[in-house]
Design a protein around this ligand. Structure first.
Ligand code: ATP
Length: 305
């Protein structure tokens, strides 16, 4: 049976503007995504019997309930394979083997990354030959972050994040990620955002001009000052100890510090690798920090290896 292996990156949001909740329950977003060098891998091996099975191998601590990765039809990689099969009508099944490195429920879109990787891997293993554009359409049906994880690089995200458009950017950025002991539910953070903003007028979200200018110039100092995340207050309300993590990184000289997406992973921008090492060292003393990882971005999206 033929098989295919795909590497897929995590995402961070350099800015995350969140608008008022829509009638369909989603929030309009204005974000700039960056794909970063922290990868999951998904191997798809075609099965003649039509079954789709998944196994997850992880070097991470996935004990907490919210950080649990399902090994059944709820796994986003399985949902992606099913959608591709429906769309193409192939009779095959697949064994999907996921190697997880992206933190679970960490605000880095690990589940969406596995869905993107599964689309690319099954498309290859099944010989269905869908174009990138056709895969992107399926990706948008699977979740807000999935199209970007196919695409990679830097991109502006609109709609609920699934409408991506190119952004002019130069340079490579050095990041330090502080992983928390326990994941945060994205839904719980949005619910807290709505609770905190009840009765207030939430403006339509925009991507700050200063951030786009910093990316165009490849200016890490300017980018550090322009990082923003509208979910910060809600995430800190649920996890007050993350404030301490952010402060430690800023005191260690980070050019900028924000939570990644809905958190709880905190991200810090460094001027170079050595500076990143200094920040990582300081963060290793933060009580709320389970692990510290140095990374860089942008990197490309889901790719066959
Ligand atoms: P996002 O940033 O996209 O909001 P996240 O990075 O905070 O999400 P994920 O790691 O994508 O969170 O996991 C969210 C939930 O999705 C998990 O708690 C898990 O139960 C479920 N899930 C389903 N499939 C997967 C998968 N392949 N990997 C990780 N989680 C998965």
């Amino acid at each position: 049976m033929s098989s295919a292996n795909v590497r897929v990156p995590a995402k961070i949001n350099l800015c995350l503007g969140v608008g008022p909740v829509r009638d369909d329950g989603y929030h309009p977003l204005a974000t700039v995504y960056q794909a970063v060098d922290l990868h999951d891998e998904v191997r798809a091996t075609s099965r003649a019997d039509g079954e789709i099975r998944v196994s997850v191998q992880s070097e991470l601590d996935v004990r907490s309930e919210i950080a649990f990765v399902p090994e059944d039809d709820d796994n986003l990689a399985v949902r992606a394979a099913r959608l591709l099969r429906e769309r193409t009508g192939v009779p095959f099944g697949a064994d999907l083997a996921i190697r997880k490195v992206i933190p679970v429920a960490g605000g880095m879109a690990g589940g969406s990354a596995d869905a993107a990787a599964s689309l690319v891997a099954c498309n290859e293993a099944w010989g269905t030959g869908l174009s990138r554009a056709a895969l992107e359409q399926l990706a948008a049906q699977l979740g807000s972050d999935v199209p970007f994880l196919l695409h990679g690089g830097n991109a502006i995200g609109g709609g609920r994040g699934e409408t991506i458009s190119p952004v002019l950017a130069r340079g490579t950025y050095h990041w330090v990620f502080a992983m928390a002991h326990e994941g945060l539910s994205t839904a719980a953070v949005y619910a807290e955002f709505d609770r905190l903003n009840a009765g207030a007028t939430v403006p339509d979200p925009v991507v700050p001009d200063a951030l786009l200018a910093a990316l165009r110039a490849g200016d890490a100092h300017a980018l550090g000052g322009a990082l923003s995340n509208d979910l910060t207050e809600a995430a800190l309300s649920l996890r007050p100890e993350l404030e301490d993590t952010l402060s430690i990184g800023i005191e260690a000289g980070a050019l900028g510090a924000i939570l990644s997406g809905s958190g709880p992973t905190a991200l810090f921008l460094a001027s170079d690798e050595q500076h990143g090492l200094d920040i990582a060292f300081a963060l290793s003393s933060a009580a709320a920090c389970a692990d510290v990882v140095q990374s860089r971005g942008p990197v490309h999206g889901a790719r066959l290896t």
